[in-house]
Structure formats: C-alpha cells, structure tokens
Design a protein around this ligand. Sequence first.
Ligand code: ADP
Ligand code: MG
Length: 693
Amino acid sequence: MRPQSLTPLFAQVTALPGIGPRLGKLVEKLAGPLVVDLLWHLPFAVIDRRNAPDVAGAKAGEVATLTVVVDEHLVPHSPRQPYRVWCSDETGRLCLTYFNGREDYLRKLLPPGETRVVSGKVEIYQGEVQMTHPDHVVPLEQRETVLRVEPVYGLTAGLTQRPVQKAIAAAVERAPELPEWQDAAYLARQRWQSWHSALARAHAPAEESDLSPIHPARARLAFDELLASQLAIALVRHHNRTLAGHATEGDGRLRKAVLASLPFDLTASQKTAVEEIATDMSKAERMIRLLQGDVGSGKTLVALLAMLICAEAGAQAALMAPTELLARQHHATIAPLAAAAGVRLALLTGRDGQKQKKETLQGLSDGTIHLVVGTHALVQEDVEFADLALAVVDEQHRFGVHQRMALSSKGYAVDLLVMTATPIPRTLMLAAYGDLDVSKLTEKPAGRQPIDTRTIPLERIGEVAQGVGRQIATGARVYWVCPLIEESEEIDLANVEERFRLLSERFPGKVGLLHGRLKSAEREATMAAFADGRLSILVATTVIEVGVDVSAATVMVIEHAERFGLAQLHQLRGRVGRGSAKSTCLLLYAQPLGETAKARLAIMRETEDGFRIAEEDLRLRGAGELLGTRQSGLPDMRLADLAAHGELLQAARDDARLVIDRDPDLQSERGKALRALLYMFRRDDAVRTLRAG
Ligand code: ADP
Ligand code: MG
C-alpha cells in the first residue's frame, strides 16, 4: 500500500489550481498525468527580474521590471498594426506594444491613470523605450512577486510559462515532508538538504549556476531517483535469486573437441569469460550474465562453448539472433564446430519449410537436438524444449525485454547469457541493469592489425572509387555502405540502387547489392558470392551493421558518414579488420559538418576502442538515444543525467547493495522510508516482491 503521505502527489494534475481539463492535457503531455510528475519537471533557465531601473535608465536588450503610470491607449485602425499603451515615470515614456491585442482585455489590465509594474525585455525603437508583450503586468501591491529570479520551464505547444510556473509551484507546495530515506552518514558527507528542501530549492533557482546538474539540490534529487531505480532492480533480482535454478555442469569433453578443432587458441579474456559462465551455470541460482565485447572479439565462440556445457550435461541451449541473416550466420559459424564435437544443432527461423520446421520442433521437444540457433521464431508458442538450460541472446538491445524473457520462459529457471557487440558504457549498464554480472572480451584475437580510418569529403568520391578499383585489382573485398533513414525508405533504397548501378558500370560483374527489402534467398546468394570472392564490392545499407562476417573484407566505405551515430559507425567499421590483412575505413562526409558530426568523425579517426567510443557517444548524445531507451530496458530518468551523475550512480548501486544485505524486506526505519521512495518513483513492482508487512 502506498503511504498515505504521498496521496496528494498522486492526484491528477487537474487537481492543481489553474489547470482545467484543457491545460491538463497539455501538462500531461509535458510532464505526465500526476502531480508527482510535475515535481520532476525542473526549470531549464532563470530570468532575473530584480533589475528595476527607472524608464530613462532601462537598457535595450535587458530584462527589466519598471514601475509606471498608464497614460493612454492607442487602439490601431487596422488589425495589422500593433496596439500600443503609453506609460511613463518621472524620467521618461514607455511604450507597451501588443500584436493582436484585445482592447477590452488590455483596458482592464492597464487602466489609464493607474500605476502598474511591468516586466519584460526592454527595446529601444525609434528612440523610444518599448516593451513588446511584457511577461508581467501587475498592480503595485504585487510588485514583490515579480521582483525575483523566476524559474523558466520547458513547454509544449499550446502552453505558456505562467500557468506552468503556477502549477509547479502548487505541486511543490503539496509535497509532504517525508522521513529521510538516505543513509545519514552519506547525506551528511554530501551536505545535502532534506528531500523536501532540495525539491523546493531546485524549483527556485537563484542564478544560472543553480541549474547545473551538480548543484546540491539537483544532485540530491538525482541521487534519489538513481537510488530508487537501483534498489528496485536489486530487490527484483534478490527475489529471483531465491527461486532456485538449474545447476548445469559439464564434463568438458565437447568443449575440448571443439577447441581441438580450432586453428587458434582462445584469447585470455575468452578463457576468463568461459570460466565465469561455467561457474555461474554450475550454481543452482539463475545466471543472468552479459557478455560484452567489441565486434570481432569472438563472442560467438564463447557462446558456443557455454552452450556445449548444456549438451555435455544432457540439456539444451538456444541462441537467439535479432535477424534472419545473423541467425544463419551464427549457424554457419557454429555448424562445423558442433559437427566436430558430434552435437546435433538445428536452425529455426520464420522462413523454414513446413517439413523442416516440424523436424526441428520434434527434436527440440524430444531432446534429441541439443543446440539450436534461431530468430525470434524460437519464442513462438509451438516451440517446446525437453530441457532448456541456457538461453543466449545476441545483440540484446534489438530485442524487447519481453522477448528475452520469453526465451528464458521456455524452460524452468533458464540461465541467461546476453551478448552485445555494442560496448555499453559502464554507467549505462549500471543504470539499466544494476549490478549485473558482466564478462568482457577486452582484446581482439591475435594477429589483427589496426584499421586505417580516414575522413574524406564526398566531393572526392571519384578518387575513392578509383582507389577502390586499385584495391579490388589486388583481390581486396570492399563494403560500400549507404545510409538508410527510416522516414524515407523509398528514397534511401533509390540511393543504394543508384550507387550500385554506378559502381556496376565501373566494375562490371564485380558488384553486389544488399538491403533489407531483398528476399532472403537473394541476400544469401549475394553474401555467399561476396564471401567466396566472386563479388568484390558489396553495396549495402546498414543491414551489414550487425554480425556479417567476411574476414577477407579489408575496405569499408561509408557514404554520408555524418548521418550515422558513433556506435553505428563503430559497428560498421568492425566488419573489416577481422583477418590478418591490413584494413582501411573511408568515412565520406557531406559539408558543412555540424559540431557533433565533426566530433564523431574525429573520435572514429582517433580510436578503435569500442568502450571509449561508447563513452564518447554517451557524452555527445545523452543516454536515452544511445540504446533506444525503452527497448533497452533503460529506465527513463527524469532527474538524473547519466553523463553528469555517473559517480552518484555508483554510490546508489553500492547503497542499494548494502540495503539488500542488511534489510532485504525493508523493515527497518530506513527501510520504510525507502518504500516511500520506491512508490514515489513508481517502482511499485519492486515493492510487491517484498514480503507483506
Ligand atoms: P564477435 O561476435 O564478437 O563480433 P566473432 O565471434 O564473430 O566476433 O568472431 C570474429 C572472428 O574471429 C570469427 O571468424 C572467429 O572465428 C574468429 N575468432 C574468434 N576467437 C578467436 C581467437 N581466439 N583467435 C583468432 N580468431 C578468433
Ligand atoms: Mg558475432
């Protein structure tokens, strides 16, 4: 049950003064449906209205609060002319200008002969002091309410500043004093105020610097949000851990057979990852582990070794990939290795023929198929496993959290290994998953050379094509990527097709085309021709971003590189440099380059370190965009800014862990206060995992 004290905050926004049904809809769009949502809508700017000169002393361009007597209304003859109200003090005249001003309204607001306090931006027009649509016009008694530093809030179409300010002030007014949920020692060390004071302070900035995310009031609120989220994740996980899982232990014989068939050794981090996974799987608790590693770092092999543990133990493992292409590719990589170990492996996608599908489903349900690779077809209802012990999910941010769970729910307490080629910055990982176990592949397999990355203006595309010609003459394989922008798929396809046509004219018979609209048989034929060298150039959209693996490819050309995000550029570049030969990446850009695009391309030239690139990406873009927020399971942060509050996030993680250790049912004084915190941030789901009481 939500604590009584929070009830006023969980009323609809229309409960606030000045917010009727019409404004209520807009406010809901802006911040959310409830009063508590408005609390999290912090000001993004301040206007200092304390500058109160006389009229003669008012300077153009500054915000001033002037006290004047209303002299005369000049009603325009035509609606195209502005409505003017002349006012004055002892030092001079002030003209208030209104476009489309309504006479009855303005006469009431500014009655001739009366004193009014007006505040707004001063203009000097044809020698006269003027104010166009002043922000405030109030009687003298209300002068003090205007003479202050005013918070400025983000708006949405149809809303103006005043009602939003008023509604938020009223929401803050409603906020109750609550028992402190933060650790007393930590709070003292940070010198933070109580939640209630911090909230009031954050909505009453006194100067520009109060808007900084590291201002104590904002930092405290951000920490509260992070703590709520970390605690919620930790509670749910704690709850799940207490449900016993599979203990899967293999004898190593299949793994040994596969390793013996490989022409190379595992890298040190591959070895460590396999050990970590094996240890987790051997425990009765459920494994939830992320396998994180840059493109080409050899995750697939690690996944296979983990899957073989299941086969050794007589159980089953499934690997789910986000696309048909990737699933087929994983299957192709794994098939010879599974064969070497004598393990039965199947492929399951939406495109299987009836007969084959039936066979696969049969094998999975009777347990004769130990390993399966597939697309989301794996989570369809008709798929049953005899004994699924491990679910491996590749490229997790492309799946909804639900699909991931759907695969694990095909068995009882299935161990989960999530692979991602997108290095997720530590801060984001923590925010999205809390204290998730992570295995990292930090080195590339031996013998890889650094990729030579260059940025080239698009105008020089002719030279680039020439260079590509020289390269393919020596047998090189080249990717040529054209951007896809979802809103205009038709135009984009036309672009790729046009590029394909032009390059085909130049290099007849050597060029292939790959995009998402092609039939899968066509795509596969093209891929195969490129892989075995019948085609030298593959013109493609970003369908090759993920996973396509032709280790002989050494040149990557990306057209309009400025339109791609950093993570995407990094993924694309990772398609080359996968063999021992020297590789090149050419980033063609259209001028003029924006600041962010310029920074992105510079980082690409500078480094190949995916983790560094991910951190930079976070810095340049902000967290939400990075992972496609909802999909990734990344919580929607209203107060915390992961780029600015990374340290607070770590502290919140540590704190949450401590709470779970000491008071997992949140029964202590502090525990009860923390329940209120969870409710306030709508983590009721986590509260529900607590034992009643
Ligand atoms: P990722 O999935 O991490 O992008 P892959 O698993 O596709 O990387 O591996 C990329 C390539 O490197 C594959 O051709 C794979 O066979 C090869 N590979 C994997 N591990 C090693 C290793 N330890 N040494 C050499 N090559 C390796
Ligand atoms: Mg891979």
